[in-house]
Design a protein around this ligand. Structure first.
Ligand SMILES: NC(=O)c1ccc[n+]([C@@H]2O[C@H](COP(=O)([O-])OP(=O)(O)OC[C@H]3O[C@@H](n4cnc5c(N)ncnc54)[C@H](O)[C@@H]3O)[C@@H](O)[C@H]2O)c1
Length: 285
């Protein structure tokens, strides 16, 4: 039932006291990023550090990308890399426990670990499909669950009066079939991620945990550069399909990540931010 006016908090000048700079700041916040040893996750780590947040990177990689040392050394925030596997619940839980021991809390989490197998549907083996779903769906589920469980356990702080924020990484591939790749299980997994984000957002709304997803279009990373080397014609599609006629750069995702993790998005949950250079708007020529 709608509140009557007597139930309203009528203080109507709060917006005058929260500046844009303070709303977007991640100072004093601890952000966990899976898949942050390279690629899009690493760009998110650098974005968080630039906004003043501390960063715990969880990745299966032994050796992170060379830019990781920049994240560790250049921003004056705490950064630590944990070797783990998002598909193994007990191992991942132990890693989250270690993060909380090291950093004291978790205010935000980005589930960016993922793989993108490219093989015709009729050739996909049960093991290969299971691996893709394990990393891209179950791993994201476990990550969100462990992060949210910590967020609802902890008390608000001066730096984080509003609760936690979880970002899942979807893809434009959740919305449309691939133009030149064979992505049957990948597309399915990203559809699942978007449904997961919506459901978690509703379940966790009254526990002060917001859940949103970001769906990038074609972004320039080591992953996409490697794929376009093996498949002639793909680079052309990456550049020409977006109405903006260029591939996305990871710079294009940094602002959205900081926005969704910060108090600037305190009333924003259950949404998917499509950052595709316009692909999703449907104009392909
Ligand atoms: N690059 C793009 O164009 C693009 C577009 C849309 C969506 N995405 C999504 O963005 C995310 C990141 O993609 P990327 O391009 O940076 O790929 P990437 O391969 O460069 O990075 C993925 C990271 O995930 C890690 N990872 C993989 N399996 C893991 C596991 N079991 N446990 C822990 N870490 C694991 C990898 O080690 C790697 O560091 C993925 O979910 C991908 O589907 C990418």
């Amino acid at each position: 039932m709608a509140s009557n006016s007597a139930d309203l908090d009528r203080s109507n000048d709060r917006y005058l006291h929260h500046t844009v700079q303070s709303l977007f700041s991640l100072k004093g916040k601890v952000i966990v990023i899976t898949g942050g040893a390279r690629g899009i996750g690493l760009a998110f780590g650098i974005a968080v550090a630039e906004a003043g947040g501390d960063v715990a990177v969880l990745d299966v990689l032994e050796t992170p990308h060379e830019h990781f040392s920049k994240l560790q050394n250049d921003y004056g925030v705490k950064v630590k890399l944990y070797k783990t596997d998002v598909t193994k619940f007990e191992i991942l839980k132990a890693t989250f426990d270690e993060v909380v021991e090291d950093f004291g809390r978790i205010d935000g989490c980005v589930a960016a670990a993922g793989i993108c197998p490219d093989q015709p549907f009729l050739e996909r083996s049960p093991e290969a499909v299971a691996r893709c779903f394990d990393i891209n769906i179950t791993g994201v589920f476990f990550t969100a669950q462990l992060a949210a469980a910590q967020m609802v356990r902890q008390k608000p702080t001066e730096f984080n009066p509003k609760g936690g924020s979880v970002i899942l990484i979807g893809s434009v591939a959740a919305y449309q079939a691939s133009k030149a790749q064979y992505l049957s299980d990948y597309c399915s997994s990203k559809g699942a991620v978007l449904s997961m984000a919506r459901e978690l957002a509703v379940e966790l709304a009254d526990r002060n945990v917001r859940v949103n997803s970001i769906s990038p279009g074609y972004m320039m990373t080591d992953m996409t550069l490697a794929i376009s080397d093996t498949r002639p014609g793909l680079a052309k599609i990456f550049v020409n399909e977006p109405p903006m006629k260029r591939m996305g750069d990871r710079t294009d995702l940094k602002g959205a990540c900081v926005y969704l993790l910060s108090d600037a998005s305190a009333y924003h949950t259950g949404d998917d931010l499509l950052i595709t250079g316009g692909i999703h708007a449907g104009r392909t020529e």
